[in-house]
Design a binder for this molecule. Structure first.
Ligand code: PLP
Length: 432
């Protein structure tokens, strides 16, 4: 038995499903996970010593690659000064300064310890500020596992009161969350027309990463901004993935849109647990202790997380490597696209900057919402995933996730990836 299989078996006895976050269990690709022993640059090494080119990147944070020397040094230095104080520090101020300078819509910011916490807190604030309780979200977007976001809709089109998407979510809360299809302005308009008096905010991933990569249609976010502003509904951008991923700042700067509140996470923690939410001063000032809205955290603004995040932001700002990162990703996607075409496997690759998803199967041309994404052939994806893994490439273990390219990925990594892709696709086409 391999070390990974043994560890998974033992872990499953005392950790539900053997993992501390569900998607890591490889269930949606019908296999079992490898356990990681170490990671460096673009590579991860499993418990059996096998090395993979890694496109998971810890689900987004590792834009510089794993164990970047400046990040590691910052963490070690911080640890020598103590790992947590429960008192404010200068690094928290520096982090707030870096974020507010990079993202103009964020006039004030509060640090938390996860993306879930960030969005959950932003929604509480939006409810308090507007005096309304309902929220609008978009099918296929993920905003963490807080109760309000584990709510689904019974149908598509005009959103109605949601239903719990997980046992344990009270229906009284799920009902307050309405869901419309991504990129569907008509559904947004109809829902807002009907429910503007109870809607506190609309929450959206400005580029979706959690149904696979799905881009906003031209003008969609701008219209959403206009409609929400006109109707007294706050607009919350969940940039937990896109913040500092597509350029130095938020996607909102590229799109030229100012949301009222923004949520961040992942990259700003350099691989340590982190989240942040911020926005308009008049809204943020409602937070305790300057205002009445309660929100708190023992490890919020943790000195190790702040140091790792600041070191990451410093490198990103200094190297200004986003254009190169995108160019690398374009080349990789083109190469993979060529291989799929050569072998006659129908795949549509969606890409934004350094994040991409190959959607498998005979779905319609453009994948612009969750309904389109769901038409993908997940069985075919699973076989592709398995083939890639066997040949030394680690992709996210689900059709509905984004792969991430980092500064550390090299031409050699891409050659290896193309080789693995060729073998994985040949194996798929033989079995069809
Ligand atoms: N928002 C988005 C867009 C995410 O992708 C995620 C996690 O992947 C979250 C929120 C939740 O963040 P966390 O897992 O840190 O709680």
């Amino acid at each position: 038995m391999s070390q990974s299989s043994d560890l998974f078996k033992k872990s499953s006895q005392i950790i539900p499903g053997g993992v501390n976050s569900p998607v890591r269990a490889f269930k949606s690709v019908g296999s079992k996970p490898f356990f990681v022993k170490a990671a460096r640059g673009s590579r991860v090494i499993d418990a059996d010593g096998k090395e993979y080119v890694d496109y998971v990147g810890s689900w987004g944070p590792m834009i510089l690659g794993h164990a970047h020397p400046e990040v590691v040094e910052a963490i070690c230095r911080a640890a020598e000064r103590g790992t947590s104080y429960g008192a404010p520090t200068e690094t928290e101020f520096e982090m707030a300064k870096a974020i507010t300078e990079a993202i103009p819509s964020i006039e004030m910011v509060r640090m938390v310890s996860s993306g879930t916490e960030a969005v959950m807190s932003a929604v509480r604030l939006a409810r308090a500020f507007t005096g309304k309780n309902a929220i609008l979200k978009f099918a296929g977007c993920y905003h963490g596992h807080a109760d309000s976001f584990l709510s689904g809709s019974a149908g598509s089109g005009l959103a109605t009161f949601g239903i719990p998407a997980s046992p344990g979510v009270p229906s009284a809360l799920a009902e307050l969350t309405m869901t419309v299809p991504y990129n569907d302005l008509e559904a947004v308009r109809a829902t807002i027309r009907e429910y503007k008096d109870i809607l506190a905010c609309a929450v959206i991933e400005p580029v979706a990463g959690n149904m696979g990569v799905v881009l906003p249609k031209e003008g969609f976010l701008a219209q959403l901004r206009e409609i929400t502003a006109k109707n007294g509904i706050l607009l919350v951008f969940d940039e937990v993935i896109t913040g500092f991923r597509l350029h130095y700042g938020g996607y909102q700067d590229l799109a030229g849109i100012k949301p009222d509140l923004t949520c961040l996470g992942k990259i700003i923690g350099g691989g340590l647990p982190v989240g942040a939410f911020g926005g308009r001063r008049d809204i943020m000032k409602m937070l305790a202790p300057s205002g009445p809205v309660y929100q708190a955290g023992t490890l919020s603004g943790n000195p190790l997380a702040m140091s790792a995040g600041l070191a990451t932001l410093n490198v990103l700002k200094r190297e200004d490597g986003y254009r190169k990162l995108e160019e690398k990703t374009v080349l990789l996607c083109n190469e993979m696209g060529l291989i799929f075409r050569e072998k006659g496997v129908q795949v549509k690759i969606n890409r934004a900057g350094s994040m991409f998803t190959p959607f498998f199967g005979p779905g319609p041309g453009e994948i612009q919402d969750y309904d389109c994404a769901k038409l993908s052939d997940t069985g075919l994806f699973s076989r592709f995933f398995g083939g890639m893994l066997k040949n030394g490439v680690s992709l996210p273990p689900s059709q509905f996730e984004a792969s991430f390219v980092s500064f550390a990925h090299s031409n050699q990594d891409f050659e290896l990836t193309a080789g693995a892709c060729r073998k994985a696709v040949s194996a798929i086409s033989k079995r069809r």
